[in-house]
Ligand binder design. Sequence first.
Ligand SMILES: Nc1ncnc2c1ncn2[C@@H]1O[C@H](COP(=O)(O)OP(=O)(O)O)[C@@H](O)[C@H]1O
Ligand SMILES: [Mg+2]
Length: 296
Amino acid sequence: MLRNVTATRYATPLREGGSLPGLMEADDLGTWVVKFRGAGQGVKALLAEVVAGELARALGFAVPELVVIDVDPELGRVEPDQEIQELLRASPGANLGMDYLPGSITYDPLAFAVDASHAARVLWLDALVLNVDRSWRNPNLLLWGDRLWLIDHGAALYPHHDWTRATGALDRALPRWDEHVLLPAAGDLAVTLPAADAALAPAVTEELLRNVLALVPDGWFEADASRYVDWLYTRVSGSRPWVTTMLATDRPTRSNRGTGPPEWLRPQPPRPGHAHITSPTVPDRCGDNRPGDSRG
Ligand SMILES: Nc1ncnc2c1ncn2[C@@H]1O[C@H](COP(=O)(O)OP(=O)(O)O)[C@@H](O)[C@H]1O
Ligand SMILES: [Mg+2]
């Protein structure tokens, strides 16, 4: 299971996002971005945050620490905003906390160069877990301490909203992958994507997936954990048409689909003094790069 903390104060809502996460202080003296079980997509979004986030961490990506945060709805009593009071009332008990990265900024392709191999790895990860929420409109990537941090995986694993159709999604490509925020940074996909696939796919073992699922609180499951392990393992250990789709030469472009980032959003060559994000190495075991010291 994830580490457990208890919320002591509701500080402020984070209004950029759609799910109305809140900043909360906890008994460990930490400040946590809290995703509430009573918000829109319910507890499955919290579960997706843990599975996709911890899988990413195990594969070497930077992900702020995740905890289970116990919330007493009474903490919202003095909140003037009715919507927040209601959200807290609908979210007693175990919610999801993500370590708040103070001073972090949203990834901006104009200001930061990301190494092509790292960009391709993030694209590969999002394709594996069907994370449709990392577009150039909504990057869900934070820059903090010269690293690119992956946040907001609540929309990943969307087939778990209807397991009767999940088998049909096993080969499915990432919807709207041509709008992925790191696609322009990924260089020649014919080179970088197979390299990402070769580095990451063998690392996603059944054992690793079981370890990741074991971090999810029992009360959050509507389907057995083995369903998630089986679905992800089948997807990653097969012939992976969801990868080859992205290598097809008839790749949709802005001119023929009306989508994709505008020209001015395409990454510029790195300039001196600007951060340059490179690729992580894949650790041997799940959890090796858990950033226990990630609080600044
Ligand atoms: N760990 C974090 N540290 C600092 N800021 C964060 C963190 N997590 C989220 N934020 C900020 O809060 C916003 C909303 O959070 P996000 O997880 O993207 O929720 P939503 O599901 O509502 O989009 C982000 O766009 C970012 O600006
Ligand atoms: Mg978001």
